[in-house]
Design a protein around this ligand. Structure first.
Ligand SMILES: [Zn+2]
Length: 302
Protein backbone atom coordinates (compact mmCIF):
# COMPACT_ATOMS: atom_id res chain seq x y z
CA UNK A 1 0.00 0.00 0.00
CA UNK A 2 2.79 2.41 0.86
CA UNK A 3 4.36 2.02 -2.58
CA UNK A 4 0.99 2.65 -4.24
CA UNK A 5 0.46 5.73 -2.07
CA UNK A 6 3.91 7.03 -2.98
CA UNK A 7 3.56 6.45 -6.74
CA UNK A 8 3.33 9.79 -8.50
CA UNK A 9 3.44 10.67 -12.19
CA UNK A 10 3.80 14.32 -13.17
CA UNK A 11 2.64 15.43 -9.71
CA UNK A 12 -0.48 13.23 -9.81
CA UNK A 13 -0.72 10.44 -7.28
CA UNK A 14 -1.77 7.01 -8.50
CA UNK A 15 -4.52 7.01 -5.86
CA UNK A 16 -6.00 10.14 -7.41
CA UNK A 17 -7.08 7.97 -10.31
CA UNK A 18 -9.65 6.27 -8.13
CA UNK A 19 -12.85 7.89 -6.95
CA UNK A 20 -15.41 6.58 -4.52
CA UNK A 21 -19.06 6.49 -5.56
CA UNK A 22 -21.03 6.74 -2.36
CA UNK A 23 -24.03 4.43 -2.15
CA UNK A 24 -24.82 4.34 1.54
CA UNK A 25 -21.45 5.68 2.64
CA UNK A 26 -20.57 2.84 4.98
CA UNK A 27 -17.12 2.05 3.52
CA UNK A 28 -15.80 5.36 2.16
CA UNK A 29 -14.05 7.72 4.56
CA UNK A 30 -15.67 11.15 4.62
CA UNK A 31 -12.45 13.19 4.85
CA UNK A 32 -9.71 10.85 3.71
CA UNK A 33 -11.04 9.26 0.50
CA UNK A 34 -11.78 11.11 -2.73
CA UNK A 35 -15.51 10.91 -3.45
CA UNK A 36 -17.35 14.27 -3.51
CA UNK A 37 -14.67 15.80 -5.76
CA UNK A 38 -11.37 14.60 -7.23
CA UNK A 39 -9.42 15.36 -4.03
CA UNK A 40 -10.17 14.04 -0.57
CA UNK A 41 -12.13 16.65 1.45
CA UNK A 42 -9.19 16.96 3.86
CA UNK A 43 -7.09 18.47 1.04
CA UNK A 44 -9.88 20.68 -0.29
CA UNK A 45 -10.86 22.00 3.17
CA UNK A 46 -7.74 21.76 5.40
CA UNK A 47 -8.94 24.36 7.94
CA UNK A 48 -12.19 22.47 8.55
CA UNK A 49 -10.37 19.13 8.68
CA UNK A 50 -8.25 20.50 11.54
CA UNK A 51 -11.46 21.03 13.52
CA UNK A 52 -12.82 17.51 12.87
CA UNK A 53 -12.61 15.39 16.01
CA UNK A 54 -13.10 12.03 14.25
CA UNK A 55 -10.77 12.31 11.28
CA UNK A 56 -11.41 8.74 10.06
CA UNK A 57 -15.22 9.02 10.09
CA UNK A 58 -17.28 7.51 7.25
CA UNK A 59 -19.71 9.27 4.93
CA UNK A 60 -22.57 7.51 6.72
CA UNK A 61 -21.50 9.22 9.96
CA UNK A 62 -22.03 12.64 8.42
CA UNK A 63 -25.04 11.94 6.20
CA UNK A 64 -28.68 11.51 7.15
CA UNK A 65 -29.68 8.07 5.86
CA UNK A 66 -33.42 8.90 5.78
CA UNK A 67 -32.98 11.69 3.22
CA UNK A 68 -29.61 10.45 1.77
CA UNK A 69 -28.27 13.99 2.07
CA UNK A 70 -25.70 15.84 4.15
CA UNK A 71 -27.14 16.00 7.67
CA UNK A 72 -25.14 18.72 9.26
CA UNK A 73 -24.16 16.24 12.00
CA UNK A 74 -20.93 17.67 13.29
CA UNK A 75 -17.91 16.34 14.97
CA UNK A 76 -16.10 19.67 15.31
CA UNK A 77 -13.75 20.25 18.19
CA UNK A 78 -15.14 23.82 18.11
CA UNK A 79 -17.34 25.90 15.81
CA UNK A 80 -15.54 27.33 12.75
CA UNK A 81 -15.06 31.08 13.20
CA UNK A 82 -11.83 32.32 11.58
CA UNK A 83 -12.02 33.89 8.13
CA UNK A 84 -10.39 30.86 6.49
CA UNK A 85 -12.69 28.46 8.27
CA UNK A 86 -15.83 30.41 7.34
CA UNK A 87 -14.77 30.74 3.71
CA UNK A 88 -14.11 26.99 3.54
CA UNK A 89 -17.37 26.33 5.31
CA UNK A 90 -19.39 28.14 2.62
CA UNK A 91 -17.90 26.15 -0.25
CA UNK A 92 -18.07 22.97 1.85
CA UNK A 93 -21.85 23.38 2.24
CA UNK A 94 -22.24 24.32 -1.41
CA UNK A 95 -20.38 21.18 -2.50
CA UNK A 96 -22.17 18.77 -0.18
CA UNK A 97 -25.64 20.19 -0.79
CA UNK A 98 -25.44 18.93 -4.35
CA UNK A 99 -24.51 15.37 -3.28
CA UNK A 100 -27.21 12.72 -2.89
CA UNK A 101 -26.37 9.15 -1.95
CA UNK A 102 -27.49 6.49 -4.42
CA UNK A 103 -28.70 4.13 -1.67
CA UNK A 104 -26.85 1.08 -3.07
CA UNK A 105 -23.44 -0.27 -1.98
CA UNK A 106 -20.38 1.97 -2.09
CA UNK A 107 -18.01 1.33 -4.96
CA UNK A 108 -14.80 2.61 -6.49
CA UNK A 109 -14.29 3.73 -10.07
CA UNK A 110 -11.13 4.24 -12.10
CA UNK A 111 -10.89 7.72 -13.58
CA UNK A 112 -7.27 7.53 -14.76
CA UNK A 113 -7.75 7.09 -18.48
CA UNK A 114 -10.10 6.85 -21.39
CA UNK A 115 -11.28 3.43 -20.32
CA UNK A 116 -13.88 3.42 -17.57
CA UNK A 117 -12.96 -0.05 -16.40
CA UNK A 118 -10.00 -0.49 -14.10
CA UNK A 119 -7.26 -2.66 -15.58
CA UNK A 120 -3.59 -3.37 -14.96
CA UNK A 121 -2.92 -2.01 -18.44
CA UNK A 122 -4.53 1.32 -17.51
CA UNK A 123 -2.30 1.58 -14.42
CA UNK A 124 0.77 0.71 -16.48
CA UNK A 125 0.02 3.33 -19.10
CA UNK A 126 -0.54 5.91 -16.35
CA UNK A 127 2.80 5.06 -14.71
CA UNK A 128 4.60 5.24 -18.05
CA UNK A 129 2.82 8.37 -19.27
CA UNK A 130 5.48 10.80 -18.01
CA UNK A 131 8.48 8.75 -19.12
CA UNK A 132 10.27 10.09 -22.16
CA UNK A 133 11.60 7.22 -24.25
CA UNK A 134 12.43 9.33 -27.30
CA UNK A 135 16.20 9.25 -26.71
CA UNK A 136 16.36 5.56 -25.98
CA UNK A 137 17.57 3.24 -28.70
CA UNK A 138 15.12 0.40 -29.12
CA UNK A 139 16.93 -2.75 -30.09
CA UNK A 140 15.00 -4.80 -32.64
CA UNK A 141 15.71 -8.50 -32.84
CA UNK A 142 16.37 -10.28 -36.08
CA UNK A 143 14.20 -13.35 -36.46
CA UNK A 144 16.49 -15.30 -38.71
CA UNK A 145 19.56 -15.21 -36.51
CA UNK A 146 19.67 -17.40 -33.39
CA UNK A 147 18.79 -16.05 -29.96
CA UNK A 148 22.41 -16.25 -28.77
CA UNK A 149 23.40 -13.78 -31.50
CA UNK A 150 20.52 -11.42 -30.72
CA UNK A 151 21.41 -11.53 -27.04
CA UNK A 152 25.12 -10.87 -27.64
CA UNK A 153 24.33 -7.85 -29.86
CA UNK A 154 21.69 -6.54 -27.46
CA UNK A 155 24.06 -6.76 -24.50
CA UNK A 156 27.07 -5.44 -26.45
CA UNK A 157 25.12 -2.41 -27.65
CA UNK A 158 24.46 -1.55 -23.99
CA UNK A 159 28.16 -2.14 -23.15
CA UNK A 160 27.27 -5.19 -21.07
CA UNK A 161 29.67 -7.81 -22.35
CA UNK A 162 32.97 -8.89 -20.84
CA UNK A 163 35.27 -6.56 -22.77
CA UNK A 164 38.52 -5.59 -21.06
CA UNK A 165 37.40 -2.08 -20.16
CA UNK A 166 34.28 -3.47 -18.47
CA UNK A 167 36.28 -6.12 -16.58
CA UNK A 168 38.85 -3.57 -15.47
CA UNK A 169 36.12 -1.21 -14.18
CA UNK A 170 34.92 -4.06 -12.00
CA UNK A 171 38.46 -4.83 -10.79
CA UNK A 172 38.44 -8.20 -12.57
CA UNK A 173 41.32 -7.43 -14.92
CA UNK A 174 44.53 -5.46 -14.55
CA UNK A 175 46.65 -6.42 -17.57
CA UNK A 176 47.16 -4.88 -20.98
CA UNK A 177 43.79 -3.48 -22.04
CA UNK A 178 44.71 -3.09 -25.69
CA UNK A 179 42.49 -4.66 -28.33
CA UNK A 180 43.85 -8.09 -29.24
CA UNK A 181 42.70 -7.82 -32.88
CA UNK A 182 44.49 -4.60 -33.82
CA UNK A 183 46.86 -4.00 -30.85
CA UNK A 184 45.88 -0.37 -31.11
CA UNK A 185 43.24 1.22 -28.95
CA UNK A 186 41.64 0.08 -25.71
CA UNK A 187 39.22 -2.79 -25.95
CA UNK A 188 35.60 -1.70 -25.42
CA UNK A 189 32.41 -2.84 -27.12
CA UNK A 190 32.44 0.35 -29.19
CA UNK A 191 36.04 -0.21 -30.25
CA UNK A 192 35.72 -3.92 -30.95
CA UNK A 193 32.62 -3.73 -33.14
CA UNK A 194 32.97 -0.30 -34.69
CA UNK A 195 36.21 1.68 -34.56
CA UNK A 196 38.73 -1.19 -34.53
CA UNK A 197 40.66 -1.31 -37.82
CA UNK A 198 39.79 -5.02 -38.20
CA UNK A 199 36.06 -4.31 -37.62
CA UNK A 200 36.20 -1.37 -40.05
CA UNK A 201 37.63 -3.65 -42.72
CA UNK A 202 34.95 -6.27 -41.99
CA UNK A 203 32.20 -3.66 -42.50
CA UNK A 204 33.87 -2.43 -45.67
CA UNK A 205 33.95 -5.96 -47.10
CA UNK A 206 30.32 -6.51 -46.03
CA UNK A 207 29.25 -3.32 -47.83
CA UNK A 208 31.02 -4.53 -50.99
CA UNK A 209 29.33 -7.94 -50.70
CA UNK A 210 25.84 -6.48 -50.16
CA UNK A 211 26.27 -3.81 -52.86
CA UNK A 212 25.68 -0.85 -50.60
CA UNK A 213 27.71 2.30 -50.04
CA UNK A 214 30.57 1.96 -47.51
CA UNK A 215 29.37 1.68 -43.92
CA UNK A 216 30.23 4.64 -41.68
CA UNK A 217 28.96 4.36 -38.14
CA UNK A 218 29.47 6.92 -35.39
CA UNK A 219 27.96 4.68 -32.73
CA UNK A 220 26.99 1.05 -32.25
CA UNK A 221 23.36 2.08 -32.74
CA UNK A 222 24.25 3.50 -36.18
CA UNK A 223 25.70 0.14 -37.09
CA UNK A 224 22.46 -1.61 -36.14
CA UNK A 225 20.48 0.77 -38.34
CA UNK A 226 22.62 0.50 -41.47
CA UNK A 227 19.91 -1.61 -43.17
CA UNK A 228 17.32 1.17 -42.69
CA UNK A 229 19.29 3.64 -44.82
CA UNK A 230 20.80 1.10 -47.22
CA UNK A 231 18.37 1.79 -50.05
CA UNK A 232 17.78 -1.95 -50.43
CA UNK A 233 14.43 -3.71 -50.90
CA UNK A 234 12.54 -5.04 -47.91
CA UNK A 235 13.83 -8.65 -48.19
CA UNK A 236 17.42 -7.47 -48.62
CA UNK A 237 17.05 -5.13 -45.64
CA UNK A 238 15.95 -8.02 -43.43
CA UNK A 239 18.92 -10.07 -44.64
CA UNK A 240 21.38 -7.19 -44.13
CA UNK A 241 20.12 -6.47 -40.62
CA UNK A 242 20.86 -10.08 -39.65
CA UNK A 243 24.21 -10.07 -41.48
CA UNK A 244 25.40 -7.11 -39.39
CA UNK A 245 24.45 -9.04 -36.23
CA UNK A 246 26.21 -12.16 -37.45
CA UNK A 247 29.18 -9.82 -38.03
CA UNK A 248 29.18 -8.85 -34.35
CA UNK A 249 28.98 -12.53 -33.42
CA UNK A 250 31.92 -13.50 -35.66
CA UNK A 251 34.07 -10.57 -34.47
CA UNK A 252 33.40 -11.61 -30.86
CA UNK A 253 34.28 -15.25 -31.63
CA UNK A 254 37.46 -14.15 -33.45
CA UNK A 255 38.43 -11.97 -30.48
CA UNK A 256 37.89 -14.87 -28.05
CA UNK A 257 39.81 -17.32 -30.25
CA UNK A 258 42.70 -14.90 -30.46
CA UNK A 259 42.69 -14.10 -26.75
CA UNK A 260 42.15 -17.56 -25.32
CA UNK A 261 43.46 -19.96 -28.02
CA UNK A 262 45.96 -17.66 -29.71
CA UNK A 263 44.40 -18.36 -33.12
CA UNK A 264 45.18 -15.70 -35.68
CA UNK A 265 42.42 -14.20 -37.78
CA UNK A 266 42.02 -11.49 -40.39
CA UNK A 267 39.12 -9.35 -41.51
CA UNK A 268 38.69 -11.48 -44.62
CA UNK A 269 38.56 -14.71 -42.60
CA UNK A 270 35.92 -13.13 -40.32
CA UNK A 271 33.90 -12.16 -43.39
CA UNK A 272 34.19 -15.75 -44.68
CA UNK A 273 32.72 -16.92 -41.36
CA UNK A 274 29.94 -14.33 -41.60
CA UNK A 275 29.04 -15.55 -45.08
CA UNK A 276 28.97 -19.25 -44.19
CA UNK A 277 27.27 -18.92 -40.79
CA UNK A 278 24.86 -16.38 -42.27
CA UNK A 279 23.97 -18.78 -45.08
CA UNK A 280 23.44 -21.64 -42.63
CA UNK A 281 21.05 -19.61 -40.48
CA UNK A 282 19.35 -17.69 -43.30
CA UNK A 283 18.63 -20.81 -45.34
CA UNK A 284 17.26 -22.65 -42.31
CA UNK A 285 15.49 -19.98 -40.32
CA UNK A 286 14.25 -17.28 -42.73
CA UNK A 287 11.25 -17.39 -45.06
CA UNK A 288 13.53 -17.73 -48.11
CA UNK A 289 14.75 -21.24 -47.49
CA UNK A 290 15.26 -22.07 -51.17
CA UNK A 291 18.19 -19.69 -51.48
CA UNK A 292 21.29 -21.13 -53.09
CA UNK A 293 24.85 -20.64 -51.88
CA UNK A 294 25.72 -18.98 -55.18
CA UNK A 295 22.87 -16.45 -54.83
CA UNK A 296 23.84 -15.80 -51.22
CA UNK A 297 27.42 -15.05 -52.21
CA UNK A 298 26.38 -12.62 -54.92
CA UNK A 299 23.62 -11.09 -52.72
CA UNK A 300 21.59 -10.81 -55.90
CA UNK A 301 18.71 -13.04 -54.92
CA UNK A 302 16.54 -10.28 -53.56
ZN1 LIG B 1 40.98 -3.20 -32.27
Amino acid sequence: MSSISASKVGGIKLLQNFKGVAGVGDSIKFWLDPWACYDPLKDRFPALFRLESDKRCLIADRFDSSISAFSGKWGWSRVPYSEDERREWNSFIELLDSVKLAGTGDRWVWIGGNEKEFSVRAVKSFLRSATDFSNNFVFEWSKWVPKKVNILVWRAQMGRIATLDALSKRNCFNGDERCILCNDGLESADHLFRSCSVASEVWYLISRWCNISPIFAFSLEDLLEVHVFSGLGIKAKIALKGIIMVGWWCIWIARNNRRFSNKTCSASSIVQDIKSLGFLWYSNRSRCRDISWRDWLSFSFL
